[in-house]
Design a protein around this ligand. Sequence first.
Ligand SMILES: [Zn+2]
Length: 157
Amino acid sequence: MANIMLLPENVRHSLIAWRKELNAMGIRSTVTSTLRSSAKQKKLYSLYQQGLTKYPVAPPGRSLHESGRAVDMVVRPPNALPLAAQVGSRYGFKWAGSKDTVHFSYVFPVQGVFKAVRKVFRSPKIPKPRVIASKEFGWQAGKRYTRQFIDVPPHCK
Ligand SMILES: [Zn+2]
């Protein structure tokens, strides 16, 4: 489980509310990636260039994960994914689609439904990038946890 505390407050609150609703629907979700520091993205990208990662990685500066505005989340059962994505859109998350099924970008809520969220979003309190626990790294690098995430489709950027 990736550390959702590293996400900006609005993203985190939206994510929690979304997952709560999924849970109530009997849909299970596991967050596998949240915020990545530039250093981490650089490291991952370097591994990717060497062919050492299990999944593709965006170049440093090109990933929404670096600003905490994207999460990777595994949904079970897998056939609930379109429904989960539909629910997620109400919480500001845009699914990357079938080619990148774990990736959800946080897009600003359009319809003013989340006034509180917008308020928080405007505040300058964005957490500094930090080095994230090695779990996700292991998962990204494909060295560990491969059994655990064997049914995870090709990863996003
Ligand atoms: Zn992603």
